[in-house]
Design a protein around this ligand. Sequence first.
Ligand code: ADP
Ligand code: MG
Length: 273
Amino acid sequence: MTQTVDPTLVDHPPHPALATLDARGISAWFGDHKVLDRVSLTMPAGQVTALIGPSGCGKSTFLRILNRMHELVPGAALAGEVLLDGHDLYSADRRLTDARRQVGMVFQKPNPFPTMSIYDNVVAGLRLTGTRVPRATRDDLVEESLTKAGLWREVRDRLRSPGGALSGGQQQRLCIARSLAVRPRVLLMDEPCSALDPTSTRRIEETIAELAAEVTIVIVTHNMQQAARVSHRCAFFLASHGTPGVIVEHGPTPAMFDRPQDQRTADYVHGRF
Ligand code: ADP
Ligand code: MG
């Protein structure tokens, strides 16, 4: 009997090189509602870039464009380019699963598969992105991913317990582990701590700081102290009076907080908005 190999599956990559993500001239629409207008931003390899700005200015939309989730929204349209290490994330010969494999995402509300075991939750990301990992190395990968997410010591003795039995902060770290198992080159995080208590938030911030050495991170946060603590660079988004969102200013985080060039940035980062 011949074994058929699914041609869409790819082998698990070795630890990939750090990559820079470059968004160029991104405009986005929902139907005829334009929500982003020619937004360009370089998110450098091995750094944490924070996207800040008031609600509704298009930060989540921008983030979803960076891993091709925007195109799945009915009626959504997009202009511009996203380059991962200079290669077009949207090129016709790149599969959607390939984009997903390279650019992982963690959401505001922790969303592990609640009845699935902790172990299977970590492995699930591989299946969802069509990544093949030999069974013999799966245990090591689960340990590696949970360790990087700062959760291994807490769950090593109960890997068969359901993901939904963990605390909120642990569930979020499980979701980070699920993303990391795929070995993405970029990790997008959309307000990953807004649903968490201060202690869990601190733990995730520590994890982000450690991960930055091996994966490029883009994080949306409403918490300016958090942006100051975890990010190397910030981009300030604004959509004033019904106009589409733009980046008012971006740069190294200390400069954004201490010497902003635009009065609106100064007002926002110092809570006067
Ligand atoms: P932020 O994350 O900065 O709060 P969003 O990207 O969620 O902003 O939203 C930007 C704009 O796009 C808002 O006006 C919002 O109402 C609109 N929007 C977001 N998602 C959708 C959607 N799925 N369908 C239609 N409009 C949307
Ligand atoms: Mg949002």
